[in-house]
Ligand binder design. Sequence first.
Ligand code: ATP
Ligand code: MN
Ligand code: MN
Length: 308
Amino acid sequence: RETARPAAKPPAPQRRRVRLTHPDRLYWPEDGVTKEGLADYYAEVWRQIAPWITGRPLALLRCPNGIAGERFFQKHAWKGLGRHIVQVQDPRDPKGEPLIAIEDLDGLMGLVQSAALEIHPWGSTIADWERPDLITMDLDPGEAVEWPAVVAAARELRQRLQDHGLAGFVKTSGGKGLHVVAPLQPRAEWPAVKAFAKAMADAMAADDPDRYVSTISKAKRRGRILIDYLRNQRGATAVAAYSTRARPGAAVSAPLRWDELEGGIGPAWFTIRNMPARLATLAADPWDGFRAAAVPLEAPGARRGKAG
Ligand code: ATP
Ligand code: MN
Ligand code: MN
């Protein structure tokens, strides 16, 4: 059991409704984080993580024996699915295997019980499958890229989004990079959103080919940052804000204020262990105002704030 938790804080009562088998199983052995430790983490960040993982199709990275064991990336419902995990049918694939979603904290605890160590939602909701309500631009530094260059890329993306009337929010991936996420009012459908994200990545690569690439060709990547826009197509997923990562260090994908990037926060700085304390001391959620900042995607080619 973790000891970093303030003793005064009462345990989240609801999570008792989902029974954890083998609560002492080590999921992150080097970090001493058990299945119960994971459940405690998610109970503590529930308010913050809920908007990113409820009501959306989810892909899960499941590691029944922890991060050192066998792992599988699971997009479909399975036999013996916990009763708080919901099966949803993709309207475009009415005869296909059902997908997975959750609605509440019990559902999240069901994911913990199922050894889901990473939670990767779609960019659209099951209320509106075809129209994404966010864009995720994934910045993947190639070999020999220094961290300040990744930060600069995130800032540049933010500016480019702003030029199109969109707000950009930044989070660590919990792995090697940063994700810049823009809220959308769900109006444009997947093909238009993908085309927009591709155009933005291509423009960055064309304007600064020494620093950026927009195609996944390893040879070209050394010393460059891949502006990975492919999270923005139907059925693609990106790791959720506040999701844990199945990697040594027990890092989580952490929403940041833009000014925090100045402080040299690295991509795996925030973890299962320090995130609850961070949230307890922050005056406001670093992504406060995310949903309020949503606008519809502009028509292709149009630029906001300019005549015509
Ligand atoms: P990093 O900072 O290390 O790049 P990341 O979250 O951006 O972290 P990955 O974990 O490499 O990147 O995942 C890339 C994307 O591909 C994720 O958004 C995820 O949803 C998806 N993905 C991950 N694993 C698989 C898999 N086995 N099969 C299909 N898609 C996957
Ligand atoms: Mn990435
Ligand atoms: Mn990527």
